[in-house]
Unconditional design. Structure first.
Length: 328
């Protein structure tokens, strides 16, 4: 048996309950991992609320780090005692231990602490597929300007640092002066307080009226049209999250009217669907972290039993940086 957070009906943070559940032995292609830390991500609130529905009862969470306790038949890239981390696979990370497919699990370098890894994997792999694989027609080169919304969040602060490392001029948006200052401190070239400024007008000003070739938008409904207005002709709108709610249905004629724009709604899990893909992405992520170009700051730590409090704080949109559940 192991302790885990379960929900039996969709709803608010109070639906997150600490219970005892059986953990079992790994079957073929599976491992059992004992978590030292588990990542808390905004997508977890979608699973809890039912915005992204899953069968109930449900243990949330898609990101963790710990030690491999048992290995099923056919698993060759991991062994008992290995330090390991993952993002993706089936839900179930909010637990002391779990059995899961080995495909998403990678060995964790000794230089990266468990709580850092738990705050790193999902957000860092997201930044990796956005900045390295979700690109405008002509790609991105040093000196190019890009817009990144919610840049003081977990993904955003990684993106600010990684963009600086790549020589990109990241224009950050955030909802307060303090959050703008945090984005600037992490490598953003410019920061726009969207509560006080017209984002599209300011982006045009910063780019000499042209706009940018790509906008990365994890906010959703509240920023969608402004994001389109930030783009240069043939620009790419990357809508990768719904922190403010789902984007309403789009008249594709709007893309024509605003300059033959491109629109994509990618997910991390498409990009790490195979063992080879997740390993390549993790290798690049670990390398940029170990180089010091990207530093992960865990701002909030909670006990497993305090998962509901963690969700309340996350949904208040007053948090900055990354939070984790600490289990050992």
């Amino acid at each position: 048996m192991t302790q885990a957070i379960r929900i039996t009906q969709f709803g608010g943070p109070d639906e997150l309950k600490l219970v005892e559940v059986p953990v079992g032995e790994p079957g073929p292609g599976e491992v059992r991992i004992r978590h030292h830390a588990v990542g808390i991500n905004y997508i977890d609130t979608y699973h809890r609320s039912g915005l992204y529905p899953n069968p109930l009862p449900l243990t949330p969470g898609q990101e963790g780090a710990g030690v491999i306790e048992a290995v099923g038949a056919g698993v060759t890239h991991l062994a008992v005692g290995d330090r390991a981390a993952y993002a993706g696979g089936p839900l179930g990370a909010y637990a002391q231990a779990r059995v899961m497919p080995a495909t998403a699990v990678v060995r964790l370098p000794d230089a990266i602490a468990f709580d850092t890894a738990a705050a790193l994997m999902l957000k860092g792999l997201t930044a990796q597929y956005l900045l390295r694989r979700t690109l405008p027609q002509a790609g991105l080169k040093a000196g190019d300007a890009i817009v990144f919304h919610a840049a003081a969040g977990g993904v955003g602060l990684i993106a600010c640092q990684w963009a600086r490392h790549l020589g990109l001029r990241l224009i950050a948006t955030a909802g307060s002066d303090d959050k703008c200052a945090l984005a600037l401190a992490h490598g953003a070239a410019h920061a726009i307080n969207y509560r006080r400024e017209d984002v599209a007008a300011r982006v045009r000003e910063l780019t000499g009226g042209r706009g940018v070739n790509v906008v990365y938008d994890g906010v959703g409904k509240d920023t969608f049209e402004a994001s389109l207005d930030c783009l240069a002709p043939l620009g790419l709108m990357v809508s990768f999250g719904n922190a403010s709610g789902k984007v309403p249905p789009v008249d594709i004629g709007l893309l024509a009217a605003k300059g033959s724009l491109h629109l994509t709604r990618p997910t991390l899990f498409t990009h790490i669907a195979t063992r080879e893909a997740v390993q390549a992405a993790a290798d690049e992520l670990f390398a940029v972290v170990q180089s010091g170009a990207v530093q992960i700051e865990v701002q909030r730590r909670y006990a497993l039993a305090d998962a509901a409090s963690a969700h309340r704080e996350l949904e208040s949109r007053q948090t900055v940086g990354a939070g984790v559940l600490v289990l050992g």
